[in-house]
Design a protein around this ligand. Structure first.
Ligand code: ADP
Ligand code: ZN
Length: 732
């Protein structure tokens, strides 16, 4: 096999992958001075200039005289072959065209701009004739800095003066103004800064992980441990080892709201903060992170799933925390699962992966079981903390008036905590005030105009909201169907309505409501979580947001309002999800020295999933669940792919669906079957009609090439769209 050259001389024929939706790499000529393989370049495309990456030698199948030259090579480190091959393989796995993959890896604004500068200030060598208090303070701050410099805003803030005071001093030469590059390396993390004394279990676990990282080759370890067992402490040791090796580490978290608590822990462990990468990071900071990751000026990145596509110089470890979390699956645009892609990237760049969870996904459980992943278990909580006592409240025997959801048994338990100055949490996995708004005169339920979905009342926002498309409208007084006045009624509970009931039952309790839509920013959520953790609330009412890894040391009771909610769907993972969510929520209780209790309201206490949750016998639950999935030939013991077709024209979608189903030769040849077309459970979203097909194949067949061959003959005309979802997680 011919090796790809790593450098192209001026005028050489090169292939450039652009971010434009074209189905091939385009030929260009290398610019003056030549270019490296992987170089970020600007190329002409028709009348435009577009971003691209030098992907290899040119194909030479285009009329040579028409081939144009690269306009310029951008000022960014060339993409490494490791990342190029990761993008290629991830694209093949998810059946995503390469331009879309490249877009994932170039989400840095101003990428390739010349290094931008900013003004910094340090002590000058003259003293002004006329001194004021404000001027004195500025000079004092700079003197205390001992030669270090500050930006205008930092200096003005530290001295408590306006920026014009600093500027005035600069004019007089008392402070010096200099230009300095904005994108500077992140401070160095010190692996030996402040390790904790680990328990015996934790020590053994961290030694195993450190040894794995030291091998510098690929491997994946499932780190399973009950909530509060010290998984984070343990994987931070693996991060320390990775940093000592001079390699970079990445920690993925499922929720931005978790990053600030984690960053505080990194600061405590390594003496300074890591780089952050998620949607809440400003544009300038994103560019700095992107550049520093490529240059090695960022040792540790904490981020959301998209940080997997950063241009690491030498990635040695990826931690996927709460690896079971469904938000790792990206559900629009490129459909990928960050957990699986982390494993893929690590296998290409010789890195270790740690999948951490108290309730691993059945996929990871099965991979560990089959010996593909190593497994480490932490079985007890750190310190005096013990797992909460879990019980069901049988709702069939509770005396509960209509339109209320907190049973007498749960009410007494909450009251007891309040009397003892402990915290209680009521959990309901439903945002908004009420899931349904119905007209008492005609029975009409208010739906979204664009989707086949009911609109959910959000009192906090004073609007009806469609949870499918995000459309909102004011709550009407008049029924849109029969025009009866003041007959619209809320049916069923959401987190806001539960808060209303709780406030009425416990009028003296300080309530905190935690639902993702009630905060404007990740910072606001963080502030609320810190307030709660430090005792600023007595009773917490929350959605799924509270289930994810937060530490509430004073919390001793968790009440689950509707443990049956997740069991109703026809989703293949309904049981698994309910099991994970209930155990995660219950795990919030009793994390410090007081024992916790979890009470679950259920109408079906004898349901096998509810019984498994209560018994705490995970092994039995997983074995049973695995048995059912194996018998049905579904993941992780078989493969699935979802095909979602949509169009504004309902006939058009079904015609295409039927044509696909009829022409299933390429699938049958590999032993795969196709089911459908069927209207999707939510048959219309944003005005587009949706139809699904499901492809099922035995494990181990090369499903993606067969899928590609199957769909290739069908051209999508006009409004038609097709999305292929490999390993689908949701089936809506
Ligand atoms: P997990 O990630 O498994 O939920 P954490 O690592 O967050 O567990 O640990 C739970 C709590 O116990 C944290 O506050 C953590 O700082 C503390 N902790 C765990 N292990 C130790 C230890 N060896 N020494 C001191 N504190 C510890
Ligand atoms: Zn809608």
């Amino acid at each position: 096999m011919a090796l790809t050259p790593s450098y192209f001389d001026e005028g050489a024929l090169i292939g450039v992958l652009t971010t434009q939706p074209l189905d091939r790499v385009l030929d260009y000529r290398a610019p003056e001075g030549g270019c490296h393989l992987g170089a970020f370049v600007e190329v002409p495309l028709g009348p435009r200039k577009v971003l691209g990456v030098v992907w290899g030698p040119g194909q030479g199948d285009y009329e040579l005289s028409k081939i144009r030259s690269v306009i310029r090579v951008l000022d960014a480190a060339p993409m490494r072959e490791e990342l190029m091959s990761f993008l290629t393989r991830a694209g093949e796995y998810t059946l995503t065209p390469m331009p879309a993959m490249l877009r994932l890896a170039t989400r840095a604004p101003g990428l390739g701009d010349p290094p931008s500068m900013r003004k910094i200030y340090r002590l000058g060598d003259t003293t002004p004739d006329r001194m004021t208090d404000a001027r004195t303070r500025v000079l004092e701050v700079l003197r205390d800095m001992g030669g270090l410099s500050l930006t205008l805003r930092e200096l003005a803030e530290a001295a408590g003066v306006t920026t014009s005071v600093v500027k005035g001093l600069a004019k007089l030469g008392a402070v010096r103004e200099e230009d300095s590059p904005r994108d500077t390396p992140f401070p160095t993390l010190d692996p030996s800064y402040a390790g904790k004394d680990l328990t015996d279990d934790q020590t053994a676990a961290s030694a195993t992980l450190r040894a794995a990282v030291a091998t510098r080759i690929y491997g994946t370890t499932l780190l399973k441990g009950v909530t509060g067992s010290g998984k984070t402490e343990v994987y931070l040791e693996a991060v320390a080892e990775c940093l000592s090796q001079g390699r970079q580490a990445l920690v993925l978290l499922p929720e931005i709201a978790l990053t600030s608590e984690f960053i505080t822990r990194v600061d405590a462990r390594f003496g300074t903060k890591p780089a952050e990468w998620h949607s809440g990071v400003t544009i300038t900071d994103r560019r700095r992170v992107w550049k520093m990751v490529a240059q090695g000026g960022a040792q540790l990145v904490v981020g959301a799933r998209s940080s997997l596509f950063l241009p690491f110089r030498d990635l040695g470890l990826v931690v996927v925390d709460e690896e079971h979390d469904t938000s790792y699956k990206q559900e629009d645009g490129v459909l990928y699962n960050a957990r699986d892609m982390a494993v893929l990237r690590a296998s290409i760049c010789g890195a270790q992966v740690i999948l951490a969870s108290a309730t691993p996904s059945l996929e990871s459980w099965a991979n560990a079981d089959a010996g593909k992943y190593a497994k480490i278990e932490l079985t007890s909580r750190f310190g005096a903390a013990v797992m909460p006592d879990m019980r069901a409240i049988d709702m069939r025997t509770e005396d509960l008036p209509g339109s209320s959801w907190i049973s007498p048994t749960l009410r007494r338990a909450v009251q007891q905590r309040l009397d003892n100055s402990e915290q209680a949490l009521l959990f309901i996995n439903r945002r908004g005030y009420a899931p349904v708004t119905i007209c008492r005169a005609c029975g009409h339920q208010i739906g979204c105009d664009q989707c086949d979905a009911r609109m959910v009342e959000h009192r906090f926002l004073k609007r009806l909201v469609c949870h499918q498309c995000g459309e909102t409208k004011p709550l009407p007084n008049v029924c849109p169907h029969c025009e009866a006045e003041d007959k619209l009624a809320a049916v069923g509970p959401g987190v806001e309505r539960l808060a209303e009931e709780a406030q009425a039952l416990f009028p003296d309790a300080r309530l905190a409501v935690l639902s993702s839509d009630m905060f404007g920013s990740a910072r606001a959520i963080k502030a609320e979580i810190e307030t709660i953790a430090s005792g600023g609330a007595d009773l917490i009412i929350g959605t799924q947001l509270v289930a994810k890894g937060h530490n509430f040391p004073l919390l001793t009771l968790v009440g689950v309002i509707d443990a049956d909610l997740g069991l109703q769907g026809s989703d293949l993972r309904a049981a698994e999800r309910t099991f994970q969510l209930m155990r995660q929520v219950a795990g919030r209780a009793g994390r410090a020295d007081k024992p916790g209790q979890a009470l679950m309201q259920t109408y079906q206490p004898e349901h096998p999933v509810i019984r498994a949750i209560l018994s705490g016998d995970e092994q039995d639950f997983w074995a049973a669940e695995a048995g059912e999935r194996r018998a049905a030939g579904v993941p992780p013991y078989g493969r699935l792919a979802g095909i979602i077709l949509s169009s504004t024209d309902v006939q058009e979608v079904f015609d295409l669906g039927n044509a696909l189903a009829r022409n299933d030769g390429p699938l049958r040849r590999v032993g795969a079957q196709v089911f459908g077309p069927a209207p999707a459970p939510i048959a219309r979203v944003r005005g587009r009609h949706r139809v699904r097909l499901l492809v099922k194949a035995p494990k181990g067949v090369a499903l993606q090439p067969a899928l590609a061959e199957w769909v290739a003959p069908f051209r999508l005309k006009g409004e038609l769209r097709m999305a292929i979802d490999i390993d689908p997680q949701s089936f809506y």
